[in-house]
Ligand binder design. Sequence first.
Ligand code: NAI
Length: 392
Amino acid sequence: MLNGEKKIARPLRWGMVGGGRLGQVGYKHRIGALRDNTAFQLVAGAFDIDPARGKDFGVNIGVAEERCYPDYKTMFAEEAKREDGLEVVSIATPNGTHYEICKAALHAGLHVICEKPLFFTTDEVREIKALAEEKGKIIGVTYGFSGNQMMLQMRAMVEKGEIGDVRVVDLQYTHGFNANDDGDKINAAQKWRIDPKVAGPSYVLGDLSTHTYYMSQLIMPQMKIKKLLCDRQSFISTRAPLEDNAYVLMHYENGAVGRLWTSSIDAGCMDGHRIRIVGSKASLEWWDSKPNELKYEIQGQPIQTLIRSMPYLDDSCNADERLGALHVEGLSEAWANIYLKFAIAIDAKNRGDEETLQNLVYPNIDAGLEGVRWVENCVRSADKGADWVDFE
Ligand code: NAI
């Protein structure tokens, strides 16, 4: 169980690019990083594409005025001159900026925590992975939901054979917030998401399904996709060529099959994020809208609901427990869990502690690579007219 006591010698000096006043995801980063004030300390930021607004915002959240920078290049250059300069930076800007900012951060000697989808192409990820290795730096990827400890419970149960052999993987991440064409009323965060120059080669596949795909890989690291078929649509035609709905069918190397539905036009849907793993003996099912519960359904027996924090759960799951039974945890705790692991990974990297790094389960550069690879393969299949393709 976690209680905020330090896991590393001292908090890391942390900064942000993006995630400013109007940014959707920025506060989630701060909730995650600053939950344990023993892990990160927010000391600098280039929070906004609008420098004045970024400075005003930074000062309002307690960052020293002189360390609220007009842009990331100035921040990296100025912080490098300080003895107490930045050690790690989070990138919470639109997709199309991640690659350049990440590269600049590594060249500035910083560890990086970056939003998903990491970059546009797997070639870019491989290049940045090599650069990070050369510089001795960590790259973490904020698959925030994956910090929910029930993922580790599912992972342990699958590994111990408690559901038997995995046969079916059923994934869904849908919502209905873009069911209508917003025309001129479209907000900035939505506008860039349907612009291929900023969003990349996909909309909902990258924006939503990369989370759920990573979570499935976290639960079942042994399950490798062999082939997939993706069918994608733009129900609001102005979004083309980017999709607002997609279905993916998967064949795994071990003979299991899977499907994933991702959509932003699932009208009225308020709880469309779900993972169901069907084994030969039993099934597991988790819903993002009920993050404290895990359904365990053994064929022929009454359905069980496993509840977060209870002693019958696996040690790996309860190690990430924060509030204890009877109290509800959610997305904030999930983000705090992954940020704490980023801090532990960075500290281990700094100390050359490869053993800790090998044993730490967290979304690292390989998880980011896998997400971009997933999108690349889905788009390749969809562009062939929804044909089966080998998972390259
Ligand atoms: P947004 O458009 O709401 O916010 C972007 C922020 O970045 C704004 O504050 C903007 O001023 C700032 N910005 C843009 N370019 C900048 C630059 N060059 N330098 C400094 N600041 C800059 O976007 P949103 O929705 O917050 O998404 C940002 C990233 O986070 C995307 O990659 C998205 O896919 C990801 N995301 C991840 C989520 C998760 O659960 N992990 C949830 C939502 C978004």
